[in-house]
Design a protein around this ligand. Sequence first.
Ligand SMILES: [Zn+2]
Ligand SMILES: [Zn+2]
Length: 370
Amino acid sequence: MSAWPGLEAAGTAAPSLPAAGPGGRYQIGRVGTYPFQDRPPLVSVTPQGLFCPPGNFHIDPWRPVERALITHAHGDHARGGSQRYLAARAGQGLLHKRLGANTDLATLEYGERLTVGETTVSFHPAGHVLGSAQIRIEHRGEVWIVSGDYKRTPDPTCTPFEVVRCDTFITEATFGLPIYRWDDPRLVAEDILRWWDGNREAGRASVLFCYALGKAQRILGELSRLTDRPVLVHGAVNGLVACYREAGVKMVPTQLVSETEKGASFTGTLVLAPPSAGGSTWMRRFGDYATAFASGWMRVRGNRRRRGFDRGFVLSDHADWPELLRTVKDTQAARVLATHGFSDQLARYLREQGLDAAPLATPFEGEAED
Ligand SMILES: [Zn+2]
Ligand SMILES: [Zn+2]
């Protein structure tokens, strides 16, 4: 166990805690079921973000702070401007790309423990994107997990989710409704290849929109099990693909759209682009093309039609409904706090099942629609 170098010298006044209830008890969820109810919450929401008073650090803060522990490199979790960062080593390349090469970023291997203030922290795989981590915080025998974003579905581009026992589990609830259930991602990849082949035969290009960090690389990774044909990528996807390649993730060969020969035909090609590129002048070069969107939101048919995509592929980097329930159970947490998306609905369902659960208001976005 080691200490975060220079930590002792820092030191700021901790933001004020929520007031304790009757008898000095901090009631978050159901009364009387939480074993550490006489203690203030180990993590609470402050104007800067999730804050751990005994550790004097924030987790995925949305405003600049002194010390930020980061779960993963998505924009709503890894924001710039903080003085010092701590994250899982597997996410180092992506975080430097997102936050800048000169960012003060210390890293830990998954499972490696570090003393921060009066707490012990460690990072554990979340299975969400490359380098994503759940953050485990231990203080006087009480353990909290801040899961960030996570999924249980296999993903060839990142380390699988690790179940970590805890007292309080802060879970995401991006897809916290029973309608959200994912198919086997290998079958989805086969569907994508069939769609690409169909468009090739029809003399069209295939433009597949997907989130530039995580989803695009996962598609390239899944496709590499089925084909070695090169795929064209938008500039926003390309730099992140490079980070994944540096980390040794196997993907099909890629080529930057802007580096294709002038006047070259895009007929029969597959192009990966962020949804923001849709409808822009950037699309004109592809001539005759079909569009598709790969997202968990494609589970709801109206979303595809409303957004005007020719095709929707249901593929998410977040836990679906059964995965959320299974994970809550696996952690053996006595209390569950839900963030993202359908947090009210998930917390209500868990309470109905007899669990101590409540929503936790944060500005995390879940799976962005664009
Ligand atoms: Zn994320
Ligand atoms: Zn998120």
